[in-house]
Ligand binder design. Structure first.
Ligand SMILES: [Fe+2]
Length: 437
């Protein structure tokens, strides 16, 4: 029987620009989804379920939560034929979207022995099959919004890929066996970073922020706006382990005058004496890396320090942390190449600073800035539930810039604003210094 005219004309069967576009997005979707699973291949089943502190989520939960994002924000609204694998997952794997439903409490994620790891992989396959169907023949009226949400969902998944590595590191580091996540990581190059140099920046009115139209950006990166900057100097490279060790050996962790009050309280309560993962042995300092316990490389950027430690070091060094506007002005014309997750070091490495140009602005370590995470003038959160993605966290956190050795290289921009509370140290966080001109 020949097809009816309306079937021939059905927009779902025609190769419109939107459907071609969504097929491109399907390929990208599959590539990024597979990357998450590749990151988990070295794990044993037992590794998938541990929650080593409230801030850490079990790897199994990450894999399910990023899947839930596509289910909740794409399949539920745009795929009428979609049936959830298990309706309770909508509660278990909702992270913090209160206007969507009641999220399962974050500190209890490690109590979920069920669904099992195998169940979570089945959930991923179930959602991936439905997403493939949606992207192969999207309802034309919604194709534009579907593409926008898929793009956001994929950046969300890439954010969680970095969180996975942070959390896996924290989980494995609790174990006195110091198990390596991988023993085949690419060895760091032997480089000497060279002397610290100060790069001059003139005073003036500068534009920062993303226009939110040219390529992808999170809502918190825009809009473009002006800030007046006094003349300043920015270090040509991040602070190294050797430099931070000098701060430790000069009694940095025992001198209250160097510390913000909240930071000093934290030093006392948590007993901080060195960056997270550092261990002192007779022969010197070691630190836990994703390749196991290794001697601290004096030439590499210091990592796993809190904002408080970065600020105390800057005070000790007679300098300060750059504001995020200063950082962005310096980074705007810098090369975005660097040590990202694809370099396969999974730790910051020494790089030769080139004197007149800022090195390692991108990759290696997220750099703490002295700026509180607050909305830019004219900030508008995304409409609806997705407006909860960034805006509601704009209190009590500081901005970090530039990505790190665990960030996917296509998931960073000069305008990207990462944020953590000032005491947090389990991110790959370091810093560089600034000072008045
Ligand atoms: Fe998330």
């Amino acid at each position: 029987m020949p097809p009816l005219a309306h079937e021939l004309a059905s927009p779902q069967q025609l190769e419109t620009p939107d459907t071609l576009h969504t097929k491109e997005w399907l390929r990208r979707y599959q590539r990024i989804r597979q990357a998450s699973e590749r990151l988990c291949q070295p794990l044993s089943t037992e590794d998938y379920v541990i929650q080593s502190m409230d801030d850490v989520s079990p790897p199994k939960w990450h894999l399910a939560h990023v899947t839930w994002f596509f289910e909740a924000f794409l399949l539920a609204p745009f795929q009428p034929r979609y049936r959830p694998l298990d309706p309770v997952y909508d509660h278990l794997f909702n992270s913090y979207y209160e206007t969507h439903g009641v999220p399962f409490p974050r500190p209890h994620r490690g109590t979920l022995s069920r669904p099992t790891v195998a169940d979570v992989y089945r959930y991923r396959a179930h959602v991936d099959a439905a997403m493939a169907e949606l992207l192969e023949s999207p309802p034309p009226a919604n194709a534009g919004e579907i593409v926008r949400r898929v793009e956001l969902g994929l950046h969300h998944e890439q954010q969680h890929q970095e969180l996975l590595l942070m959390d896996i590191k924290h989980i494995l580091a609790q174990n006195p066996l110091c198990p390596a996540y991988r023993d085949d990581l690419v060895s760091p190059p032997e480089e000497t970073p060279g002397d610290l140099a100060w790069l001059e920046h003139a005073a003036g009115i500068r534009e920062i922020g993303h226009d939110l139209q040219t390529g992808f950006a999170y809502d918190n990166e825009g809009p473009v706006h002006r800030q007046f900057l006094e003349a300043f100097q920015l270090a040509n490279r991040p602070v190294t382990n050797a430099e931070f060790l000098a701060f430790i050996e000069d009694g940095g962790y025992t001198r209250p005058a160097l510390w913000l009050s909240d930071g000093w309280q934290q030093v006392g309560q948590a007993g901080w004496q060195a960056p997270l993962y550092w261990v002192k042995r007779e022969e010197g300092w070691y630190h836990y890396t994703l390749g196991g316990l290794r001697p601290v490389d004096p030439q590499a950027p210091v990592v796993h320090v809190s904002f408080f430690e970065a600020d105390a070091y800057a005070c000790w060094a007679g300098a300060r942390l750059p504001s995020e506007a200063e950082w962005e002005v310096a980074a705007r014309d810098a090369s975005m190449g660097g040590n990202f997750v694809e370099s396969d070091h999974l730790q910051p490495v020494a790089a030769a600073a080139r004197g007149s140009a800022a090195a390692q602005l991108f990759g290696d370590v997220w750099e703490w800035t002295g700026s509180a995470y607050r909305p830019y003038p004219g900030f508008r959160a995304l409409p609806g539930t997705l407006g909860e993605y960034n805006g509601k966290f704009m209190s009590g956190q500081m901005v970090l810039r530039g990505g790190c050795c665990a960030t996917p290289s296509d998931h960073i921009r000069p305008t990207y604003r990462n944020f953590f509370p000032p005491h947090a140290r389990w991110a790959f966080s370091g810093f560089r210094l600034a000072r008045e001109a």
